[in-house]
Design a protein around this ligand. Structure first.
Ligand code: ATP
Length: 339
């Protein structure tokens, strides 16, 4: 089967890390019996400057039509692009793995997945300003809390069967109170899963003190956003952090980090975040279409990334001296067995 992929390169380092990831995709198509039809679309700050819109209709339609989407980071227009897309396509689960691969300067051993509710909470965008006051409304619904808890359960069953619900229900009694109650209720349907809970402030400390104690962290939108950057740093840096925005029938994969304007255009950005996003996409497509070859490809890609890191094929943020595009080229060779 030929998969149609909508690809948004984004702003800042987005085009550079895309180029490296596309090199990897090229090797995979060459080396395995899988095939992709990549269609490029614009979104973000540069797109706003060129077309007058941060998220043009053509891009939205392209994403709707594709089997899956890969998106690079966007800059100042993130709220008009990714936050909008998550709500527009109801991509309710944000899946953010944090894993320390060999050869990285990880703070501690970590192998967890943050399952973040992706459509509501404080990021719903209900903000008002008047009379010297600014007010934001936090929306937490039973429906969204239940389905994200179900997603956490699904992942936990494939792993260590342990879910930690992270909230702040002692202060945010109604919103976090509902999230905690519904999550507990949903998870009680899976007696084989060990469920515990933690306040978000304690969780942020525990992520540094004993990250190995976590398996699945289930949490609300903003807490998940913040904790996933922290977890990424524990694992060895933002440049290794990939994520999936998953809905019922659609999914969009992207690096966790932003457009990194401070290093854009220098050719030193770490593309592993984008390449690992590709790996997550393969896995999702494979499971969805029962494609064993593609599932195998996702495992091989991960093993090649490990091999590359062990060989010291790293960008400066990881202590290496490779340039962005060279990571793509070296992986290309490793995948095709000539590296
Ligand atoms: P934005 O406003 O788009 O979110 P930002 O600079 O505020 O951008 P990030 O882009 O997430 O936030 O970057 C935070 C820091 O991490 C920056 O110093 C950036 O250079 C670094 N960084 C982020 N991604 C990468 C990467 N892929 N490779 C190397 N360094 C990175």
């Amino acid at each position: 089967m030929k998969y149609e992929i909508a690809w948004i390169k984004g702003d800042g380092i987005g085009p550079e890390i895309s180029e490296a990831a596309l090199k990897v995709l090229e090797a995979i198509e060459k080396g395995f019996n899988v095939s992709f039809d990549v269609k490029f679309y614009l979104a973000g700050d540069d797109c706003l400057n060129i077309t007058g819109k941060a998220l043009p209709e053509e891009t939205v339609e392209g994403i709707r039509r594709a089997h899956a989407t890969i998106k690079g980071p966007v800059g100042e227009t993130a709220a008009d692009v990714i936050v909008k897309l998550r709500q527009m396509f109801d991509l309710y689960a944000n899946i953010r793995p944090a894993k320390n691969y060999p050869g990285l300067n990880a703070i501690k051993d970590i192998d967890l997945i943050i399952v973040r509710e992706n459509t509501e909470g404080l990021y719903k965008g209900f903000e008002y300003e008047f009379d010297g006051k600014a007010i934001g409304i936090r929306v937490i619904t039973e429906r969204a809390s239940r389905r994200i808890a179900r997603e956490a359960a699904k992942l936990a069953l494939q792993r260590k069967k342990k879910v930690t619900i992270v909230h702040k229900a002692n202060v945010l009694r109604k919103t976090c109170g509902l999230f905690r109650r519904v999550a507990r209720d949903e998870l009680s349907k899976y007696p084989e899963i060990e469920v515990n809970e933690m306040y978000v402030d304690a969780a942020s400390m525990a992520l540094i003190r004993n990250p190995e104690s976590f398996d699945i962290i289930l949490t609300t939108n903003m807490f998940g956003d913040i904790l996933s950057d922290e977890a990424a740093q524990v694992a060895g840096g933002l440049g290794m952090a990939a994520s999936g925005n998953i809905g019922e029938d659609m999914a969009l994969f992207e690096p966790v980090h932003g457009s990194a304007p401070d290093i854009a255009g220098k050719g030193i950005a770490n593309p592993y975040s984008m390449i690992l996003s590709l790996k997550m996409m393969f896995e999702w497509l494979a499971n969805r279409h029962n494609d064993k070859e593609l599932l195998n490809v996702s495992k091989i890609l991960e093993s090649k990334i490990v091999e590359a890191l062990k060989k010291g094929i790293k960008t400066p943020d990881l202590g290496g001296s490779y340039r962005t595009i060279d990571i793509g080229s070296r992986l290309y060779d490793l995948i095709l067995g000539s590296g």
